[in-house]
Ligand binder design. Sequence first.
Ligand SMILES: [Fe+2]
Ligand SMILES: [Fe+2]
Length: 373
Amino acid sequence: MQAHFLAGHRVSPPPHRRSPVSAVLAPPQLRRKVTHSLPPEKAEVFRSLDGWASSNLLPLLKPVEKCWQPMDFLPDPAKPTDEFQHEVRELRARSGELPDEYFVVLVGDMITEEALPTYQTMINTLDGVRDETGASSTPWAVWTRAWTAEENRHGDLLSKYLYLSGKVDMMMVEKTVQYLIGAGMDPGTENNPYLGYIYTSFQERATFISHGNTARLAKNYGDSVLARICGTIAADEKRHETAYTRIVEKLIELDPDGALISIENMMRKRITMPAHLMSDGCDPHLFENFSALAQRLGVYTAGDYADILEFLVGRWKLESVEGLSSAGRRAQEFVCGLPARIRKMQERADERAKTMAPHVVKFSWIFNKDVAL
Ligand SMILES: [Fe+2]
Ligand SMILES: [Fe+2]
């Protein structure tokens, strides 16, 4: 049985299970539970940054009146019935050109967006920045609610599009969403906003990349509307990435040691996709299979994972951070060298994959049709 190596840790795949195609996109291993790891004096850092957050984060939100809405991209049910039906027929003709395997990945992305209640909950576990009342006026809470409201359009739009396309088993898709929200997520952020905002920086960029790739593929298959849908969602993710990376940049400026050690902490744990606990009630390896297909179609790959980390190392100028303790310097060295190590590890995983027999799985989301991984 093969082993996967990441960040110096050796872990074994589950028994009776073929190794996933990706060296970094597999589900996380069980980890020791740590909570409230932010010392109280560091929570004060966030309180002292209220003014900074108001002038540096909140302007990155878009006023509702200037935001797109799902209805900008969908057949309008308020039109006369025949016009509405004509628009639906056009949508179905365009989406009819897309292969089933593409829909599996689009469904996985949509389900990930639809578990938004989990992500707002996760951000509100973070000490020092959580929304204490549900309608708190701190800039951190205002950001989180408005970010959620912007994100809420992503799942709505993709879900309505998929419903109208007729290409997917909506009953199974809906069950998967319900299972996933019920399961939650465990990104290992320890109620610690340093860790939380490092995670969201990485994830917003990951979703920017994956929605960008589903847009590119839709365009290649001739569905220009779906390409515009995915591209528009990707642009939101990019703006959100700007906000979260700005927070971490500020933490590096104020507390370089604490920030570097936190980045090392998250990268050693591995940044897992937010939907890592997904289930459709049928396939016990649904998340691994979805991840492997996303890797094969080039929608989200181990190479993207390494690219994101490399981008963040550059964005936060991690190689030139000075004034670090010895632990901080070790963290810096580890994080800055990690993209190259991930690439090497993936090359080895790719070599192993070439020697394996083709693997076919069924996805309930597309009526149990076979898909090669
Ligand atoms: Fe999103
Ligand atoms: Fe996002």
